[in-house]
Design a protein around this ligand. Structure first.
Ligand code: HXC
Length: 508
């Protein structure tokens, strides 16, 4: 018996070595941790239960019969994050470059299916060179099976991808279907086709980094929802994110004891909005001062910075925060901001996370680039996402709520539950200057100044909307936290359903 136990331990040790000491060293030399080291950092200490450590590929072509490594390039299993179960797969770049064989795919499918069945989040750590070139179509079939599971799990369990090395070819579409993609700065890149293929097809010379590094995806394309300095920070931050999320759509978001006074007043908010309506201020200051313990997990902080999205807690209850950022492009809604916020709102609605929206928006971005890029359809995404959402929704207008953007930013008309405005709010079709220049086109400059003052008096305030019941109250800025917390409490029993349909047809 003792001998058998020893043999088992020896087999396990071989599997733990992955592609061997030389390749592990090379991995470390690139500033990357190994697949197992990452899992250890991600999960609660000692909680990881590994599956399929001894799985091997079954390929025979190109001398593969002689090259087998137990585990076949991916570490899979489950463990806990702060006590709650999550399923994990972590690609092992030291084994065939983490490339996907049929057996490797079966391992991932097993944890995907278990996660869905158990109602637990799945986290994929990517560091791989795409399809196992020696396996051909079996590898492609494996990818398609994974994509299907990702799709079926969408909206049922949270799915999080972290790109921690190469993520090429077939590997990109599993993360793309998942809810969040994070990258590690300088060591990760993701693209459908690599620099060599790009050179052949378009004759462009481009580096891995310029083609698919974090600067591309976390700042320009919006494919990634954030980028972290290194593997350690990435794993720590994913743990933090998971804490805000329910384990599945069958569970409520996890409410924690809050050490921040629920009715805390914040007098400094009374002077946050500058007297000059064209002067920016930092909307993040408002968010940090209002949420529990200034703890805010921002999604896509470096992409479409004119809108802020992220998770926080109010009196211990997780909420999704969406806010225009007057500091960037005056907080205007453009294509990227609309895409970013729409996706975030839909995630929150799918997982019953209440939405808190802070509004200071001068409208939609004008211009040929925006119109040619499809602003109408992209803007409609955010409108659609807010309109279909049935979670509790609280909206605070701090300053501008102009034009169509007033409607879109979770107005009463699209089923906002509690809609408040600060006394500094201006709810109008457009800014006073633009308005009088249109309706009093033929008047002199002097007359226009008078007209503008008249228009401002009449519309640049929250009271016209309040008189119609379009906002529920004009509130003191210092009492914002108290009003939101009380609002969320009152909405706990909210029941709202949409008409039956197979699925909707969101303007994709
Ligand atoms: C088998 C692979 C591999 C692959 C890498 N390796 N990619 N083995 N299949 N796809 C192996 C290498 O042979 C090498 O083995 C080890 O992994 C490390 O690779 P290196 O090239 O030395 O590493 P590095 O210089 O860091 O470059 C990483 C890389 C490069 C950029 C990812 O390996 C690369 O370009 N790989 C091929 C990428 C690719 O074209 N994949 C197919 C995409 S098509 P040794 O033994 O030396 O350690 C695709 C279609 C699916 O995925 C579509 C489904 C929808």
């Amino acid at each position: 018996m003792k001998q058998i136990l020893k043999e088992l331990e020896a087999k396990r040790e071989t599997a733990r070595q992955g592609g061997g000491a030389r390749r592990i060293e090379a991995q470390h030399a690139k500033g990357k941790l190994t697949a197992r080291e990452r899992v250890d950092l991600l999960l609660d200490e000692g909680s990881f239960e590994e599956f399929d450590m001894f799985v091997e590929h079954r390929a025979t072509d190109f001398g593969m019969a002689e090259q087998k490594v137990p585990g076949d390039g991916v570490v899979t299993g489950w463990g806990t994050i702060n006590g709650r179960t999550v399923f994990v797969f972590s690609k092992d770049f030291t084994v065939f470059g983490g490339s996907l064989s049929s057996a490797h795919a079966q391992k991932i499918l097993k944890v995907q299916r278990q996660a869905l069945k158990m109602g637990a989040p799945i986290i994929g750590l990517f560091d791989a060179g795409g399809a196992r070139i020696q396996e051909g179509v079996d590898s492609l079939a494996g990818y398609a099976d994974i994509f299907l599971e990702n799709t079926l799990a969408s909206g049922v369990i949270p799915q999080i991808a972290v790109i921690m090395g190469p993520c090429a070819g077939g590997d990109v579409y599993s993360p793309a279907i998942m809810d969040f993609i994070f990258m590690v700065k300088d060591t990760s890149y993701m693209y459908v086709t690599g620099p060599d293929v790009v050179k052949t097809v378009t004759h462009e010379d481009v580096s891995h980094e310029d083609l698919g590094g974090y600067r591309v995806h976390a700042m320009k394309s919006g494919v990634a929802d954030g980028a972290f300095e290194n593997d350690l920070e990435a794993m720590t931050q994913v743990r933090r994110l998971v804490d805000f999320l329910p384990t599945s759509n069958r569970e409520r978001p996890p409410v924690r004891v809050s050490f921040d006074e629920a009715e805390r007043e914040e007098p400094s908010l009374d002077t946050l909005v500058p007297a000059n309506p064209n002067k920016p201020y930092d909307m993040k200051e408002l968010i940090l001062k209002v949420v529990d313990e200034a703890d805010f997990f921002e999604i896509s902080p470096d992409f479409a910075k004119n809108i802020i999205c992220g998770f926080a807690r109010m009196d211990g209850q997780p909420v999704g925060v969406v806010a225009n950022q007057p500091q960037v492009l005056a907080g205007v809604l453009d294509i990227d901001a609309s895409r970013k916020a729409a996706r975030f709102v839909r995630f929150c609605d799918a997982f019953e996370i209440p939405l808190v929206t802070f509004v200071d928006v001068p409208g939609f971005m004008p211009g040929t680039r925006q119109e040619q890029g499809g602003l109408i359809r992209h803007g409609a995404k955010l409108l659609f996402a807010y309109a279909e959402a049935t979670v509790p929704k609280i909206t605070i207008i701090t300053r501008k709520a102009y034009g169509g953007a007033y409607d879109v930013m979770r107005s009463k008309h699209i089923r906002g539950d509690h809609n408040y405005a600060w006394p500094t709010a201006e709810i109008a079709v457009m800014g006073s200057k633009g308005a009088v220049e249109i309706i009093f086109r033929n008047q002199t400059a002097e007359e226009l100044v008078a007209r503008e003052a008249e228009y401002k008096d009449r519309f640049a305030n929250p009271f016209v909307a309040a008189a119609r019941g379009y906002i529920d109250d004009v509130i003191m800025p210092h009492g914002t936290r108290r009003r939101i917390v009380r609002g969320l409490r009152s909405l706990k029993g909210k029941v709202l359903t949409n008409p039956w349909k197979k699925h909707d047809n969101i303007p994709l």
